[in-house]
Design a protein around this ligand. Structure first.
Ligand SMILES: Cc1ncc(COP(=O)(O)O)c(C=O)c1O
Length: 408
């Protein structure tokens, strides 16, 4: 599909299909708060309108690039699960969970990496460079293994070991940096400038937002060509929630739907820069983000301004929960619904639990609620340290089994 770019902050248009990163008019302004100048990929109106005639759409119809050999890296089309137990416990009969932990590398981030791989193929690039604290890096490394791309990944040396190990196993050049994510980010840009390659840094490359929109187009088809009332999204940098908005907004621009569902930004109280900006209107970064949900631990959100704009445009809101509520939600999803989600993903469910009355007041007791479970629990087994333990073993005898059962 034909496309151009428009700056989310100053509105400057760029009529080009060349690879672009930030807005060249305002993208270097930082004014000490949230980053400005993130670009929106704008699809050609005529091309979009032609999709209205189709009786079925899929995300690829809305992509600016053709995805090479999709089965080589089968991203998306993740299940939309129900949970009869949680539905009845919380009185929300139309509750569904999008199981994005079932993507190839175990997280939602595969959606962005899929489109970046398509961008690489379209521009004849063999190398993709990025900075990541975890899931984006392992997703891009996974895509690199699938398509034979060279992946150069700068990570803060303190990033969670499971996610780093995954990237090493997929064959990426993993370069741990003795510094912060911002240091890794700066080095990745310096590397791209000097040694080439496409830079996939989240939000910096607008195709990361664009790739994530696939979830909304899937939801529309999975829900029988209709949209939910509200979607709960765990938020750190604000890229996933912006991608979710973009998918619905493209469906609307194509004339296929007539409204965008309310998007709820769920954050931990120790990492709530976007929620604060949404409620106060002031774009203040946090001094230090502190949450056990590492994937949503962000002090200065890379896509914060766009996220706040889209929360408002969708008539959504921000809900802040504690790390304890996240942990409780994670254990409840596992034990009551058979859904194993990493802490960041479980935050979305914690948000629904906290908002239950608000949802019913606003949309009625038959509200269609979707919870994005963005990553699998296997990504972060350390989250269970001190909370869950494996029972001690018993001798392989019937007597030992009987005394074990008797002691329960
Ligand atoms: C599993 C998971 N959930 C949620 C998020 C938050 O997404 P964003 O930083 O785009 O807001 C991330 C980002 O790393 C993630 O990996």
């Amino acid at each position: 599909m034909r496309f151009s770019y428009v700056c989310s902050d100053c509105g400057t248009r760029f009529e080009t299909e060349q690879i672009m990163y930030r807005c060249t008019s305002c993208g270097s302004d930082t004014d000490g708060t949230f980053q400005r100048g993130n670009l929106i990929v704008e699809l050609n109106r005529e091309d979009l309108a032609s999709l209205k005639k189709q009786d079925h759409v899929n995300a690829f119809d809305f992509f600016p690039y053709t995805v090479p050999d999709p089965q080589a890296y089968p991203v998306g089309n993740t299940p939309l699960a129900s949970s009869p137990r949680l539905s009845s416990q919380y009185g929300l009969p139309n509750l569904s969970f999008k199981l994005d932990g079932q993507n190839p590398s175990g997280s939602f981030k595969d959606r962005a990496s899929q489109l970046i791989a398509a961008q690489a193929a379209a521009s004849g690039e063999q190398k993709v460079v990025l900075a990541s604290t975890g899931n984006a890096g392992s997703a891009m490394a996974c895509a690199g293994a699938a398509y034979g791309l060279e992946i150069v990944l700068f990570v803060p040396a303190t990033a969670p070991v499971n996610k780093l190990m995954q990237s090493v196993l997929y064959g990426a050049h993993v370069i741990p940096v003795a510094g912060t994510y911002d240091d890794a980010f700066a080095l990745s840009i310096a590397y791209t400038n000097e040694f080439g390659g496409i830079n996939r840094n989240t939000a910096y490359n607008p195709m990361t937002i664009e790739g994530k929109k696939s979830v909304s187009i899937e939801l529309f088809e999975q829900m029988g060509r209709s949209i939910p009332d509200v979607v709960y999204v765990p938020v750190g940098d604000g890229v996933i929630i912006s991608g979710v908005y973009k998918g619905f907004s493209d469906l609307k621009a194509a004339g296929i739907i007539d409204r965008v569902p309310a998007l709820v930004c769920v954050q931990s109280s120790g990492s709530d820069a976007i929620s604060k900006a949404w409620s106060s209107g002031a774009y203040e970064p946090l001094r230090e983000a502190v949450t056990t949900a590492d994937s949503i631990s962000v002090s200065s959100p890379a896509n914060g301004r766009m996220a706040v704009r889209y929360i408002n445009e969708s008539s959504g809101w921000a809900t802040v929960i504690t790390d304890e509520q996240i942990s409780e939600a994670q254990l409840e999803l596992a034990s009551q619904a058979g859904m194993f989600a990493e802490p960041a993903a479980a935050a979305a469910w914690a948000g629904v639990k906290a908002d239950r009355q608000k949802i019913v007041d606003r949309f009625g007791s038959d509200a269609e609620v979707v919870v994005l479970l963005t990553g699998t629990g296997f990504k972060d087994m350390k989250a269970f340290d001190g909370k869950v333990s494996i029972p001690p073993s018993i001798e392989p005898t019937v007597a030992a089994m009987r005394s074990y059962i008797a002691a329960l």
